[in-house]
Design a protein around this ligand. Structure first.
Ligand SMILES: *Cc1c(COP(=O)(O)O)cnc(C)c1O
Length: 362
């Protein structure tokens, strides 16, 4: 056998040239300010807001706090929240953390997003909001969700942790709903080491988010209960560096994704996006025919030092600490046989070919 091969993981953090980060760090030293709306934070806010074309943007320290702040800002502190079971655990843990009850609605088998046709039957007198997830960067049916929410006087929150850079009908996907959140964690397409965002369209709501994220006060005046979710200048510095590369990052991921699609036969299926979407290639999820097939392929890939991830597994309606077990057959089925293949800047064609070969083997 030849030399041990490099370990290939599902994702690899994008690091900008260290000199460029160093340049920003030098600016922080010159300014003598490392947090609390320092100059880099202000510059980052403006640049990301322009990049996304959204109305109000609040940088926070992670995407989980962004969700919790979204619920607080909309005065949702009890009751039921309709949500999807097919997501990362933070979507549901945020609901539980805010002492609300998640009510799971099953997903669409094509897009893996919440199934709009099943939302209405889940609405009760206790329902306060719909919390959709643009899972893997694929948009929820935002128009249908909006009309349902209007009809039943519900708030709409989107967990857009995967949605940076996605546009739907020519506008940032993060501009939909009463509030959208994003994550800038190191594993995400665009990162600030740790980080996240709360995005809103209304000034009054934006002012509230701004207060909540910094202890609920301005100077000596205390307006409401708040928390500390402020990001720092070093996180803003990473964001400013990476923002310059984000278009290139998306382009590289697109090329890699297209190669996967070209090489992978019909042994697997990938989720289908809606019309009108300009995608960000945040993930490359593949759906195997059976769980047995998935386990076998993961084992074969692991033997070749390649580590895909079972994203998202288990289906969140199965979490052991939930009060009540709700059934979501589509999500449970998909969660049992979906995996994300390695996808990151610098992943070679050779590796993609090798992965496709293993996945395609009988
Ligand atoms: C990553 C992620 C989060 C949490 O973001 P953090 O920045 O890691 O707190 C929330 N929801 C989804 C769908 C995610 O993938």
């Amino acid at each position: 056998m030849g030399l041990p091969t490099e370990r290939i993981t599902v994702t690899k953090v994008f690091l900008p040239p260290v000199e460029e980060y160093g340049e920003y760090i030098r600016r922080i030293w010159a300014n003598g300010q490392i947090t609390n709306q320092g100059p880099l934070l202000q510059e980052f806010d403006t640049k990301v807001k322009d990049h996304l074309g959204v109305e109000y943007f609040h940088f926070v320290t992670n995407g989980t706090l962004a969700l919790q702040i979204a619920l607080r800002a909309l005065d949702i502190n009890d009751g039921e929240i309709i949500t999807t079971p097919f997501s990362y655990v933070a979507t549901v843990s945020s609901i539980l953390w805010e002492r609300c009850t998640p009510v799971f609605v099953d997903i669409e088998p094509e897009t893996f997003c919440i199934d709009v046709n099943k939302i209405e039957e889940a609405i009760t007198s206790k329902t306060k909001a719909i919390l959709g997830v643009h899972v893997f960067g694929n948009p929820c049916d935002v128009e249908a969700i909006q009309s349902l929410a209007a009809k039943h006087h519900l708030k709409v929150i989107y967990d857009g942790a995967h949605a940076f850079g996605v546009t739907y009908r020519g506008k940032s996907l993060l501009g939909y709903g009463d509030i959208s959140t994003c994550s800038f964690h190191a594993t995400k397409l665009f990162h600030t080491i740790e980080g996240g965002a709360v995005i809103v369209n209304r000034k009054e709501l934006s002012d509230k988010v701004d207060l909540i994220k910094q202890f609920g006060h301005k100077g000596d005046e205390h307006f409401m209960l708040g928390i500390n979710a402020k990001a720092s200048e070093v996180q803003a510095a990473m964001g400013l560096c990476n923002l310059k590369y984000v278009d290139e990052i998306i382009k590289a991921r697109k090329i890699a994704s297209n190669l996967y699609t070209e090489l992978l036969g019909d042994s697997v299926r990938i989720p289908i996006s809606r019309e009108g979407v300009d995608y960000n290639y945040a993930y490359y999820p593949v759906l195997f025919k059976t769980e047995e097939q998935l386990i076998k392929k993961i084992k074969r890939l692991n033997e070749a030092n390649i580590y895909p991830r079972r994203y998202f597994y288990p289906s969140l309606n199965k979490l052991s600490y939930l009060q009540e077990i709700q059934s979501c057959p589509v999500s449970e089925d998909i969660a049992s046989r979906v995996a994300c293949l390695p996808l990151y800047v610098g992943l070679s064609n050779e590796i993609i070919e090798k992965i496709a070969r293993i996945v395609n083997e009988k």
